[in-house]
Design a protein. Structure first.
Length: 294
């Protein structure tokens, strides 16, 4: 009995610790970029969706922006193609664009279904719906053509705001609408989440991926940086410490903070309940990025 009582007291303490965070972010918009292994592992997927549902039920206004890169690559191969990437960007010809849009919409509705199972109303849209993500063709340095890959030029928040006002959780897949040619464009999910967070003036932007956070030395897990300011992040990049996929992610974090997003988190989506640990405990996990103190 004492063991059970101790466990109940511990749970009560956790709930008590969460109270000031729930109060601080009650009614605030939270953008969660969802990707990586947490999308392909069914148990992790259910865990993430439950966590987002909890954020909604305690009074926050979550918006999910998801990727689906691994699933797209799988279907490209099944259709006899070979996934190609240049500078971390998927080369997206017409056939690949068709596959990407099909796969992302399938993933989108699966996430909506899981959210509904948690008792939370959700609506899945793409960036094309309501002209939410307007894009231009992305051109890499040196003029390399990577096909129908879009760079977000404008975010129309009307549909997102309407869904939130009607108590729905928007679930958004990153397919943009060409601002001039009205074609479909594949948008990097991190870029889409960053642009949406800026446009809706989110209190938090969270990147869930396959890394624990930002490391001073990517080969040493003991060098995890728990907190960074925008200036520290810029210095980190200038020193050449941000390689691979971390470089564009950090640039997105800086852009979001500079545009008014209060806090940006980089979390390991492979860790169960990483969202709740970061949102509701003093210790938190991953890397928290903040605006410079003025």
């Amino acid at each position: 009995m004492n063991d059970k009582l101790d466990l109940w007291i511990e749970k009560a303490n956790i709930l008590s610790e969460a109270l000031p965070y729930i109060r601080e972010f009650n009614g605030k918009k939270i953008v969660v970029k969802y990707g990586g292994s947490a999308m392909t592992d069914e148990e992790l997927k259910k865990c993430v969706i439950r966590d987002v549902a909890l954020l909604k039920l305690v009074g926050m206004k979550p918006i999910i922006v998801h990727g689906g890169g691994k699933e797209i690559s799988k279907w490209v191969k099944l259709n006899g193609g070979t996934p190609q990437f240049i500078s971390g960007m998927r080369v997206t010809d017409e056939a690949t664009m068709e596959i990407a849009e099909m796969v992302l919409n399938k993933v989108n509705k699966s996430l909506v279904q899981d959210m509904q199972m948690c008792g939370v109303q959700a609506v899945g849209i793409s960036g094309k719906d309501g002209g939410t993500l307007r894009t231009v063709k992305k051109v890499l340095p040196g003029g390399q053509d990577i096909g129908y890959v879009g760079e977000v030029t404008d975010v129309n928040t009307a549909l997102i705001d309407s869904l939130i006002d009607q108590d729905f959780v928007p679930v958004i897949c990153p397919i943009g609408l060409g601002a001039e040619d009205y074609r479909s464009y594949n948008v990097n999910a991190d870029d889409a989440a960053c642009a949406i967070a800026q446009a809706v003036k989110a209190a938090k932007l969270v990147f869930l991926s396959d890394i624990e956070g930002v490391y001073r030395d990517p080969h040493d897990p003991d060098t995890l940086i728990s907190e960074m300011t925008t200036t520290e992040a810029e210095d980190f990049i200038a020193a050449g410490n941000a390689g691979g996929g971390m470089l564009p992610k950090l640039r997105n974090c800086i852009a979001a903070l500079r545009s008014g997003v209060s806090r940006v988190h980089i979390l390991d989506g492979r860790l169960e309940h990483s969202l709740l640990l970061e949102f509701f405990t003093q210790k938190g996990v991953g890397t928290l990025m903040l605006q410079d103190e003025t």
